[in-house]
Design a protein around this ligand. Structure first.
Ligand code: F6R
Length: 369
């Protein structure tokens, strides 16, 4: 069943280009328009939406954090993202014009289910982004956009995460298309870029041996920090979560701009710090700020592991290790920058003798409260 792979996790990481392509299949028209009639929410209603709230848990929550950047940029609709376990137990401000997006691989996560019930009781529409046909969350939602990752067996989510991102981008772009935004031209371009993204993921996967070697060399490390800005921030959180659950190591993700407000006190000689660097094109301020963050931590002895865009030579003087990813529009970068972090965590887990498909204390779907 593992098709020659060492574990389901190895297999599922390798399947990501196909999972991403399958999730796009049939959803982009010949002229680059999005075909999401399957949502069955009339365009007139989508034009009325004045707030989007994303609820999810764990890795799916990280997909939601990234969705916020895309939704607010392309649609100008305010978007909030909250762990379902928090949302369900408070008194959020919702009404019929709020679109609640519930993201779940399994479709059975209890907190996410309770959060969507909480939203529907207040008259909000719920759109599920889900990988499991006919599961409870899509059944109880007003609409569903299925991710086509195929069955995910390993407990740690990998290919489902990438397809959740694709689905979130599709929803953001579709909302932009239906409502018409000033980013019309940009949206067309992004749709073309999305159509080519599976190839970019494939290229990242083709060159992972240096990442695996690096991971093995860090098997004895106590702590690993992850830093990012903008959409790289949730990627840093996801990199840290993967390392905790698979390698049982202390790992934390931070917004790089928060470093000087506390976390930099953790930096000491030899501490591995993974930094997700945004593209030097486009929002170049972000890029330059993160390069100075890398310089700051390196001056304090950190071992800097930098994920950067091909051709971005500005990172070379401050990086101990560089992992190159293909040139990708900033908002879509998580689709390529997450992959090396998955491989890194998987290889570290193996190097530490852990069972990667069944990490201790975890279950594939958390159907209890
Ligand atoms: C992490 C992981 C979990 C799940 C979370 C939500 O690798 O797998 O954090 O992402 O339990 O699960 P679903 O998406 O099934 O609702």
């Amino acid at each position: 069943e593992k098709g020659g792979h060492a574990s389901f996790m190895h297999k599922e990481i390798a399947e990501q280009p196909r999972a991403v392509a399958d999730t796009l299949l049939g959803r982009i028209g010949a002229d680059g328009e999005l075909l999401l009639d399957e949502l069955r929410i009339p365009a007139a209603e989508l034009r009325e939406v004045d707030k989007v709230v994303v609820v999810a848990c764990g890795t799916a929550f990280h997909a939601g954090l990234i969705a916020k950047y895309a939704i607010e940029h392309w649609t100008r609709i305010p978007c909030e993202v909250e762990p379902a376990s928090e949302f369900r137990h408070r008194d959020p401000i919702l009404d019929a014009r709020t679109l609640v997006v519930a993201v779940s691989q399994s479709g059975e996560t209890m907190d996410t289910l309770m959060a969507l019930r909480h939203a529907r009781e207040q008259g909000s529409r719920v759109l599920a982004i889900c990988n499991t046909n006919g599961s409870t969350i899509p059944r109880e939602s007003d609409a569903v956009l299925y991710t086509h990752a195929g069955p995910e067996v390993a407990v740690a989510s990998t290919k489902a995460f990438l397809t959740q991102l694709v689905a979130c981008y599709l929803v953001a772009l579709y909302l932009g298309q239906v409502r018409g935004t000033k980013w019309g031209d940009e949206i067309q371009g992004v749709v073309r870029d999305l159509a080519g993204i599976a190839g970019a993921v494939e290229r990242v996967l083709a060159d992972m041996e240096p990442v695996r070697a690096l991971a093995r060399s860090l098997a004895g490390a106590g702590t690993v920090l992850f830093l990012g800005r903008h959409v790289g921030y949730p990627v840093a959180l996801e990199g840290a979560l993967k390392l905790k659950e698979l390698a049982y190591m202390h790992a934390e993700g931070f917004a790089a701009g928060e470093l000087k407000h506390g976390p930099i006190a953790l930096v000491e000689e030899g501490l591995p710090v993974v930094v997700v660097v945004p593209s030097p094109r486009g929002r170049s301020v972000l890029h330059d700020k993160i390069v100075s963050n890398i310089q700051e931590i390196r001056a304090r002895g950190a071992r800097t592991i930098v994920i950067a865009e091909e051709g971005d030579e500005t990172v070379l003087p401050c990086a101990d290790h560089v992992v190159w990813v293909p040139v990708t529009p900033t908002l879509l970068q998580p689709l390529v920058t997450t992959v090396p972090l998955q491989v890194f965590a998987c290889e570290l887990a193996v190097a530490r003798g852990n069972e990667v498909d069944q990490p201790r204390n975890l279950a594939k779907s958390v159907t209890v409260e």
